[in-house]
Design a protein around this ligand. Structure first.
Ligand code: HEC
Length: 258
């Protein structure tokens, strides 16, 4: 009998500790630490526009929708200040057009067991679908990250020419899912056909009268490379030019739900 009650006491203790949530987790359920939020006491003159009738606290508090309410995402709450989707897409294409080939250098963020990794890498964007393609040597660190966790983020920034960071600020942040395409996958050729033509190839010279064609190059890379395809879920663009039209400098593009 005594043994049994000790056992049941132990079970009770175990049950209690399993049902109490750690303090940290409760805090995050409420949107994280309070000091991260703007105290809306006085609206600064440079404050972005928003719809008639909105209250300060419509944006400047945790609203229980997401894990958090970030400044960027509050912009979705107002119609005023938001550019039409077509204008946002145009701005994204203009920003990431490269030399007209949509090839640009990005920072790719991946994570493995909650440890992040930022990699400098070229991607080519398909301007029709806003899908991104990169080609990597096998066995590189980022590929292991993606194989474990397909959630990735890409960052692009227009580097400064003068001290025009703020006036001419221009950057893009992408959040999406990555897929790995191997040489034996049926999609490899189609992806290579988007990626390869924009590669800066050496000029034909001497014994090689012509640069190798896309098909020959595809065969050359098939065994040794992995193509990473990123399908964006959300693209955020910061472009000061939007302000000139009365929009927010930050605009959000989201994948259309089917
Ligand atoms: C539609 C959403 C929205 C509403 C409504 C709103 N704000 Fe904001 N507010 C923002 C965003 C977005 C920022 C930018 C955060 C940042 O600085 O990155 C911001 C920034 C601020 C800042 C910090 C600015 C700075 O430069 O440090 C203050 C202060 C502020 N708001 C006060 C107010 C007050 C007061 C009201 C109500 C009268 C209000 N806001 C209403 C979205 C909103």
């Amino acid at each position: 009998m005594k043994k049994l009650s000790i056992l049941s006491a132990a079970v009770l203790i175990l049950t209690i500790s399993a049902s109490t949530t750690p303090a940290e987790e409760t805090e995050w359920k409420k949107g994280g630490p309070k000091y991260l939020y703007v105290k809306p006491t006085k609206k600064p003159p440079h404050h972005g526009v928003y719809d008639e009738g909105m209250k300060c606290l419509d944006c400047h508090k945790y609203d229980g929708v997401d894990a958090y309410t970030s400044a960027t995402m509050t912009v979705k709450k107002t119609k005023k200040g938001r550019a039409p989707r077509a204008e946002v897409e145009e701005a994204i294409k203009n920003t990431l057009k490269g030399l007209g080939d949509f090839r640009e250098i990005f920072i790719l963020s991946t994570s493995f067991n909650d440890k992040p990794l930022a990699t400098v890498i070229e991607f080519v964007m398909d301007p029709k679908t806003f899908t991104f393609y990169a080609m990597s040597e096998k066995q590189t660190e980022k590929l292991f990250h993606i194989a474990k966790n397909p959630n990735v983020s890409l960052g692009y920034v227009k580097q400064r020419e003068n001290y025009d960071y703020f006036e001419g600020a221009l950057g893009v942040q992408i959040v999406g899912k990555a897929q790995q395409i191997k040489g034996t996958d049926p999609e490899f050729d189609a992806a290579a056909a988007i990626y390869i033509p924009t590669l800066p190839l050496p000029k034909p010279s001497g014994p090689i009268p012509q640069p190798p064609g896309v098909e020959l190059l595809t065969e050359m890379i098939r065994p040794s490379k992995i193509i990473t395809k990123i399908i964006p879920e959300r693209i955020v663009i910061l472009d000061r030019k939007f302000k000139e039209k009365g929009y927010h400098a930050v605009q959000i593009w989201e994948k259309e739900k089917k």
